[in-house]
Structure formats: C-alpha cells, structure tokens
Design a protein around this ligand. Structure first.
Ligand code: ATP
Ligand code: MG
Ligand code: MG
Length: 551
C-alpha cells in the first residue's frame, strides 16, 4: 500500500522514533458510533493507519461511545466494515465504555486532589458564569465544596439519587484562563439512559473532553491525531493526562478536516437526510458516506489515492468534488471492461439486412488495455440506439444520425437514415436505415468517411437494464448568501436522481453486484448491490467520462 506522501505528522513521528522519545508508535481511529462513516473519516483512517503502517506501529479501532443517547450497534458494524473495505486491519478493537470504571476512578482521584467538584448550577448558568473571550469567568458558589462533600455527592450521583441535569462534576482549573476550555470544564454528567454496551450500569457519563485523553492513555496511544477544531482543547487534554496521573502520556496533534464542495459531512446532517427520507439510507449512492461511495462504485484505491493527494496540511477550505472523481476514473480506466449500453432507446430497423440473421462481431474489451482481450456482440436487423443520437432537424455540426446522413455504428457498420417513423402525436418512434456491408469494422474500409460514431445494442438479445444517474445531492451556498444562512435542507437538489430504462449487451446478463463497466460514451457504471435482482439489472452511474478538472 502506498503511504509515502510527506506530511508534518509523519515528520514528527519520525523524529520521535529517531530521538528515542518513543520506541514504537500507537495511533487510533476513534469514531463515535452515532452514524455511518463519511469521506472525511476516510482521511482520518488513512492518516492513522497509514502512518502507523509506515513506522511498524499499531492502530486501534476505538469506538468512542460515551454518549448513550445517540449510539447504536448498527453503526458499530458499519464502521468495522468500512474500515476493512478501505484496506485496513486494526490491532486492538476497543470501546471507550469498557473504560467507564477506570474513568470513574480517575474522576475520584481528581476530587481527592481537590481538582474536581460537584456543581449544582444548571447548564445555562454554567455557560453564563463561564464568561467570554474578553471577560473572565465567575466562580460557581459550589466551587469550594470540601473533598468529603464532593466524594459523597459524586457517589450519590453515581447511585442514581439525582435527576438528569441537576448536578455535574467539573474539573477545578482556572475560571480566568484565557482559554475558555480551562474554565472548569464539565467532566461528568447525569444521564439516566441505557447504554448499548453497559446497559443500565451507569447513570453518569464522562464528557468527551475528559474521556478522550484517558482513552488514549489507557491504550498507550502515542500520537493522538484529531482535527483542528480541537487545537484549543490540547491544554485541557494535557491537564487531564497529567492530573489523572496516567502512566502513558499521549500527545495530541491536529490536522485540517476534509471538506468537499457540494457535500455535507456532518453525521448529524447525514442522519437527517436519511431520517427525513431524502435518500434511501446511509448507503444511498448520493451520500458521501463510505458505504454510499462504495455502492455508487467508487473504489477503495481511488479514495486512498485521493486522500494521499490532499495530504494533511493545516489548511482549511474545500476540496473540489471533481478531484475525487478524477481518482476514480484513473483507477477504473485500465481495469474495467468497456461495453455498450443504451440509456434512452430508439429502435432502428436496418431494412436491407437479412431477416432472421444474427452475426457476431468482435469488439475489444478495453482498447487501452489489450490484455483484456475481445468480446463478441451480436448484430442483426433490429437494434437500439440512443434517442439523442438522432435529430430530425439537426443544427450545424451535428454529426450523428439525421435523415439522409450516414454514421458508424461502433464495432459494426455504417448506417444511413432513410425514413423516420412517428406515432400519431408526431413523436419519433423508429428509424429505418440501410447499412453498407463493405464498411464492416476491422476490414480496413477506406472508401469514404463519416464524422459520427454512435453506440447501439442488438434488439432481440438485448438485456433490459435500469440506469441511475446522479447529480450532487446538496449544493453549496452561493457566495454572499452567508448572512441569512439557509438550512442545508433548503439546498437539497430535487433532481439529484434520474432513473432511466434501457438496454445493455447480452453478455451483461451474468454480472454480479459491484461489477464495474465503462459504457461507451456514457462513463463508468456499477452494478447496484441493493436494487439488482435476478430479473432486474440496476446500474449506478459512478462518474462521467471526462471532466475539465486538472490536477
Ligand atoms: P461529524 O461531525 O461528521 O459527525 P465527528 O468528528 O463528530 O464527525 P467522529 O466519529 O467523532 O465524528 O470522528 C472520528 C474521527 O474522524 C475523529 O478523529 C475526527 O477528527 C475524524 N474526522 C471526522 N470528520 C472528519 C473530516 N471531515 N476530516 C478529517 N477527519 C475527520
Ligand atoms: Mg466526534
Ligand atoms: Mg459529530
């Protein structure tokens, strides 16, 4: 696996090993199991596993499941599947909730050291007392409770004597610190809720800022990589590791979070799209989830190559979604078979071709990779072409079919449009054409030239297929619109999915879910694993053939 892209984290690790600060490294990927993973998580996975692989270290998969309200085993399972699919194997598999006893002990230690207290202020009051960037915070009236009283109250919190929200445990640090995170952060709250792992054992739960450094330390993580929003939390992270007297001293490093144009990436928003029926699940092919991208037909190799290209710089800013598409195309170009599919069929009868005759024509499977060999496709008197490859009254420079014009059928013959058949409403329903046997593909015919080459599928053997074409699910806000920030649901594209019924070549009848193809002139498609049945083939458009995007 390729993991040599230079980045600052890699340099830090290299130095830590060279100077002997560490003799081995441990990283972790710590998702909260409250949703499916998205492409942003892929960046974090690839960074954590990639850097550990490179230096013969270890990487844990740790479920950061300290909030019982939002977490679920469905998410745990999907996260495991996605990490594996991206090509990684974890060393340890852990649940933060397995450390609840240890965390509780460390909280008691802080109380004993006079470094934590039970506070009866409400959440709103705590926020108000905390002050602002320009104003120092105010002490809570409960800040100076004795160690004995705090031990007693915390024990009773644990035993379920108090209502949700009526008390919290706070670290006693510094109410006038310029870093607001150090103004006595809440480290435990009361929550009478059943936890997916610990059941009803606990009715107090540690806050993320307290739990995370302890989790890292318990596992002996050496380099704890997180996104830049947590930069201001680093002093608190170190304070907790230090004052809880953790033996192992992990260090936090921050990198820039991945943002992609026309893409929402917060699990909360993605969940809303699922719950409110904008999509048909977390793995809908329009979703930026790993499972959605997989179902769409994106490959793990392409996602890894993309993440390596963007690197881990500390810069913000959104990466163009076309860049990811670029890597998908690059990955599929030489490896997937080419084939022909007609998405919007128009019947063509070749009137001078013998009735009842079917001939087999040779077609290369991938002209850019000859090793893939050739396939055989039938040709006969009736074929389907694409509706928009014919125009009755074409504009200038239209080189496809129109009355009296001749085009090449890919891998077959020249045909000439002789007659247009319409229904009672004047819609074109069929074309009558003639073909020229001398122009057969591969015979070296040079008698005359045509300007257009179109694709087609022989009618009597054609396999019906459904094609699903996608547009971005969400559009970015227009520049200048920020003031009246729209709910992201107002930016949902109502036309993000188009479903078409057409035909594919007969040799496609044996495809299986997740098989990928390049349809001539249309781009790359994936056999949908959820909608495809024995009698109903469904293809997801992965990406079109070309884009203007340049690396
Ligand atoms: P979201 O806000 O999308 O729900 P999160 O950060 O709350 O994401 P976690 O499950 O806590 O989700 O994330 C697990 C790891 O993935 C964290 O270390 C986090 O920093 C990282 N991560 C999440 N989103 C991104 C992103 N867009 N780019 C890079 N890393 C990310
Ligand atoms: Mg999180
Ligand atoms: Mg989140």
């Amino acid at each position: 696996m390729e993991h040599n892209s230079p980045n600052f984290i890699r340099n830090i690790i290299k130095e830590d090993l060279e100077t002997g600060k560490h003799d081995h490294i441990v990283t972790r990927f710590p998702p909260e199991p409250n949703g499916y993973l998205h492409i942003g998580h892929a960046k974090s996975i690839i960074l954590n596993f990639g850097v550990a692989d490179e230096f013969n270290g270890k990487t844990n998969l740790r479920f950061d499941d300290t909030n019982p309200l939002k977490e679920d085993v469905e998410y745990v399972n999907s996260i495991k599947e996605d990490v594996k699919w991206l090509g990684y194997e974890w060393d340890g598999l852990f649940f933060a909730s397995d450390y609840f006893d240890e965390m509780y002990k460390r909280a008691v230690l802080l109380i004993n050291k006079g470094l934590a207290y039970v506070d009866d202020l409400s959440g709103d009051q705590i926020r108000e007392y905390r002050g602002t960037l320009t104003e120092p915070g105010k002490d809570s009236p409960y800040r100076n409770r004795s160690v004995e009283e705090n031990l007693d109250l915390f024990d009773r919190m644990r035993n379920g004597e108090f209502e949700n929200g009526s008390k919290v445990l706070r670290a006693k640090i510094d109410m006038s610190s310029p870093n607001i995170n150090l103004r006595d952060p809440v480290i435990y709250r009361i929550l009478h809720a059943e936890h997916h792992n610990t059941g009803d054992k606990w009715c107090i739960y540690p806050m993320y800022a307290f739990a995370h450094p302890l989790e890292d330390a318990i596992e002996g993580v050496t380099h704890s990589l997180c996104t830049l929003e947590f930069e201001d939390q680093r002093p608190l992270y170190n304070w907790i590791v230090e004052n809880c007297e953790m033996e192992s001293k992990p260090q936090q490093y921050e990198f820039g979070r991945l943002n992609v144009t026309n893409t929402v990436m917060s699990k909360r928003k993605l969940k809303q799209l699922v719950d409110e029926g904008f999509v048909d699940g977390w793995d809908d092919p329009r979703m930026p989830t790993i499972s959605g991208l997989r179902r769409r037909g994106y490959t793990a190799d392409a996602i890894r190559a993309f993440c390596h290209e963007i690197g881990v710089s500390k810069a913000y800013g959104a990466v163009d979604s076309q860049m990811l598409e670029h890597f998908v195309r690059e990955d599929l170009k030489l490896t997937v078979p080419r084939t022909m599919g007609v998405l919007r069929p128009l019947k063509v009868v070749i009137t001078n071709y013998p009735e009842g005759q079917v001939e087999m024509l040779d077609a290369e499977i991938n002209p850019e990779n000859e090793e893939m060999g050739i396939r055989q496709i039938p040709f006969s008197r009736e074929i389907y072409i694409e509706q928009d490859d014919f125009m009755e009254n074409p504009p200038k420079k239209y080189f496809r079919l129109f009355p009296g014009n001749e085009v090449r059928l890919k891998h077959a013959y020249f045909i000439k449009c002789e007659e247009v058949i319409k229904d009672d409403d004047g819609n074109v329903i069929e074309l009558h054409c003639t073909y020229d046997p001398e122009t057969k593909s591969g015979t070296g015919f040079t008698g005359r030239k045509v300007k257009g080459t179109i694709h087609w599928v022989e009618a009597s053997n054609a396999v019906p297929a459904e094609f699903r074409l996608y547009q971005p699910l969400i559009f970015d806000e227009e520049a200048g619109e920020e003031e009246e920030e729209k709910s992201f649901l107002e930016r949902v594209n109502p036309n993000s999915l188009e479903i078409l019924s057409g035909f594919v070549e007969p040799n496609m009848k044996d495809v299986v879910p997740q098989d990928k193809f390049q349809f001539f002139r249309h781009g790359y498609f994936n056999v949908d694993p959820k909608q495809t049945t024995v009698n109903h083939l469904v293809f997801n458009s992965i990406v079109e053939l070309k884009s203007s995007f340049k690396l």
